[in-house]
Design a protein around this ligand. Structure first.
Ligand code: C2E
Ligand code: MG
Ligand code: MG
Length: 708
């Protein structure tokens, strides 16, 4: 070490010793910047000369001894001190230690001892100063870098935390130090949901194995006041010279802005910049997802391909800026039209794709297309221009017109071209047959919705006859629709449509009322009272207020409940067992009877039947009609009758067309019969005549007389 020019202050109250030291120092090549004899003088001289080293006698005469003087000097000037001591007790030495001296020289000493003590002391001082500088520099760096930094000890207790870490976690360093890391650095990650998992990972990987965990994304830092900040962090073990890991250090940064940017980029990648609607890419994705759902649930989907009519003309005559504004407004109105039921995308310049999921019938797509065409009828007002715009729509249906994105889009596009050819401002299905069928259906549906109001529904009545006495004991009410163009329609021609659209409930309620009214009217006219059987659809039967409706109708028409018999099919009854039983019970209590219609075609279980509180089984006509040809049918009929009687139920057979069938049923002890043999379903006045004439009894008697 080069000691040239180093200034040394000598503090020694024995002048002989002082002189000796001074002389030795000069000989050794040091500059002596002063020789003083008291503590006070040492402090003063230090201030004046700023020595590089002080040789300080511990025991000094005067108020201030060497230790105290050294203490003050260290504190003020950080000047290194070597104590000179002739003797020292433990007490003095431990006091001296506190002032962090750089060495002791025991008097008397020779030059060589002095030289090496000074050199060691100066070297130590230089190292210490460097270290302190480095430490200061490090701590400034840690405090001033933009990342949060947290360090822990080997038990994962926090030992350090910089300003950014304080700000981000919401914890003050003084409160956090000593606390468990995971309490302060509380993070959540998609993969590691709880803090224990995070803690275990840090313990195992970083503290035990010494692994550096670099740049962990998608972590959320939960702040002290429970806010969530997306962060990116890295964790490293702190290693000492012996390769121990006395702690870990975590650096982390707030990536909120970057995340937002990523979101924006992601959004822009799959949305149209102008209208902010999904673009073709996202539309494809949506459609594929919905396609697999539809496939799984066996449902239909509609894809609408929509093009604004004459958009090019608008763009060219009024300018692109107006064109752009129009596209935005059109997008907004399409979104309103489609609402929750589907999704809209801009798939080309003036082309839009619409996906309608979960449709029951192509008609549902028509409802959407109609709504859009209707919306376009209101002119768009843009920058003072009133624009009358229309649109042409092509529709393809999954699975009928394709089972993948490309086919469905291509076919909807073709259909759209057809709509353009047909004069624009309309929609077309890809499959022309669907156009026709849908049109027919829509016309029928619209017409049907008005059937009740326009009094187009009629009830026909079919006699139910006691097999033993051959008297009419009841009638079944069977609905007909007198269509203004198509004539008299049977239930098969319109009931399935009524069921799909829910109109069946209106039909059923209307028939119930009409039939009860009619029955009461016949009774009022003095005809023998009969029981009226009315069919109930599945939907009507499931209505919780069915008992109330029936009660109200009976009250309003004045018909006694014993003259009403409600028919439900086997399947309807079975399907809604928990529902059926209480509903039937309530109606039974009112005195109304129940029959199971089309019996034998469903899957009744005997034990269920017992619980049903029904009064009658109605053998389906298919068995009756096969009696003469099929021995199985005979067996089934006799079994149904026997079973019905065992359960104390009446049994009626429907569709009886011949004497042979009637005779067989009588021989099997069937209770009642209904069918063309006696009477077809008749309009009310003809049925009334039947009741008056007792024609059937006459014909039966005459037949009997003839045969006898
Ligand atoms: P259903 O209740 O089993 O009615 C018996 C059907 O068999 C009636 O057909 C009747 O005309 C027919 N039929 C009666 N006797 C004979 C016969 O000897 N031979 C043949 N081949 N057929 C016979 P309809 O009137 O066409 O009714 C068909 C079905 O429509 C009914 O079957 C019933 O399920 C339903 N329906 C009729 N009216 C209503 C109603 O007001 N509401 C509800 N929900 N359904 C109704
Ligand atoms: Mg029936
Ligand atoms: Mg039937």
């Amino acid at each position: 070490m080069n000691m040239d020019g180093k200034k040394i202050l000598v503090v020694e109250d024995e002048s002989v010793v002082a002189m000796h030291i001074e002389e030795s120092l000069r000989k050794l090549g040091y500059a002596v910047c002063g020789v003083v004899a008291s503590g006070e003088a040492a402090v003063k001289k230090t201030e004046e000369t700023i020595p590089d080293l002080i040789l300080m006698d511990i025991v000094l005469k005067g108020e201030m001894d060497g230790i105290e003087a050294a203490g003050q000097i260290r504190e003020k000037f950080n000047t290194p001190v070597i104590y000179l001591t002739a003797y020292a007790d433990d007490n003095i030495l431990s006091r001296a230690k506190l002032t962090e001296p750089l060495g002791y020289i025991v008097k008397p000493f020779n030059e060589r001892e002095l030289k090496s003590a000074i050199e060691i002391a100066m070297y130590k001082h230089e190292m210490e100063t460097k270290l302190k500088k480095m430490e200061r520099w490090l701590s400034i760096t840690l405090r001033s870098i933009g990342d949060g930094v947290i360090a822990t000890d080997k038990d994962m207790h926090i030992s350090f935390m910089n300003k950014i870490a304080e700000e981000m976690t919401g914890w003050k360093s003084e409160d956090a130090v000593g606390k468990n890391l995971v309490e302060i650095f509380n993070i959540r990650n998609g993969k590691l949901e709880n803090t224990e998992a995070v803690e275990k990972l840090l313990l195992d990987k970083v503290l035990k194995q010494g692994v550096i965990l670099n740049l962990i994304n998608d972590n959320l830092l939960i702040t002290k006041d429970r806010k969530e900040i997306p962060i990116e962090d890295s964790v490293a073990p702190i290693k000492d010279d012996e390769h121990n890991i006395p702690g870990i250090v975590i650096a982390f940064r707030d990536v909120t802005e970057r995340k937002q940017l990523e979101e924006t980029v992601k959004f822009q990648a799959c949305h149209d910049y102008l209208t902010e609607l999904p673009n073709k890419t996202l539309f494809t994705e949506h459609l594929n997802i919905e396609l697999s759902k539809a496939q799984r649930d066996n449902k239909k989907l509609a894809v609408l391909f929509l093009d604004i009519d004459r958009f090019k003309t608008i763009n060219e005559s009024l300018g692109h800026s107006i064109g752009d504004k129009l596209l935005k407004q059109v997008s907004a109105s399409l979104m309103t039209c489609v609402g929750e039921t589907g999704s809209v995308a801009r798939v080309g310049g003036d082309e839009f794709g619409i996906l309608l999921s979960d449709i029951r019938h192509p008609v549902d797509a028509v409802v959407g297309a109609d709504k859009i065409i209707e919306t376009f009828k209101t002119p768009y007002v843009i920058d003072g221009h009133e624009l009358n715009v229309s649109t042409s729509i092509g529709i393809s249906i999954y699975p009928d017109d394709g089972n993948n994105f490309e086919d469905l889009m291509k076919n909807a596009d073709i259909a759209m071209d057809q709509a353009k050819e047909k004069g624009r401002n309309n929609y077309q299905f890809f499959n022309p047959a669907v156009n026709v069928r849908t049109l027919e259906r829509i016309t029928l549906e619209n017409r049907m919705r008005q059937a009740v109001e326009r009094s187009e529904l009629v009830v026909y009545y079919q006699a139910q006859v006691d097999i033993a006495t051959r008297r009419i004991i009841g009638a079944e009410a069977l609905v007909r629709w007198l269509h203004p163009e198509m004539g008299l329609l049977n239930p098969v021609q319109f009931l399935s449509l009524a069921e799909e659209t829910g109109y069946i409930r209106t039909v059923d309620t209307w028939v119930l009322r009409a039939a009860c009214e009619q029955n009461k009217a016949w009774q009022n006219a003095g005809l023998p009272p009969i029981c009226m059987a009315v069919n109930l659809s599945a939907q009507q039967f499931q209505l919780p207020d069915l008992p109330d409706t029936v009660t109200r109708v009976l009250k309003e028409t004045g018909l006694g409940p014993q003259y009403l018999d409600l028919e439900i099919t086997e399947n309807v009854a079975m399907k809604n067992f928990e529902f059926s039983v209480p509903n039937i019970k309530r109606l039974n209590k009112l005195g109304i009877r129940f029959s199971i219609d089309d019996f034998g075609t469903g899957y009744s279980s005997l034990s269920y039947l017992k619980n049903f509180h029904i009064q009658k089984l109605k053998i389906d006509k298919s068995f009756v009609q096969d009696i003469t040809t099929d021995s199985d049918s005979k067996a089934i009929i006799s079994a149904i009758i026997a079973m019905g009687h065992n359960l104390k139920l009446k049994v009626i057979a429907e569709g009886v067309e011949t004497e042979e069938q009637s005779e067989f049923l009588r021989s099997m002890n069937c209770d009642e019969i209904q069918g063309y043999l006696f009477s077809k379903p008749l309009p009310a006045d003809e049925f009334r005549q039947l009741l008056i004439d007792k024609k059937w009894e006459v014909s039966f008697r005459s037949r009997n007389l003839l045969s006898s």
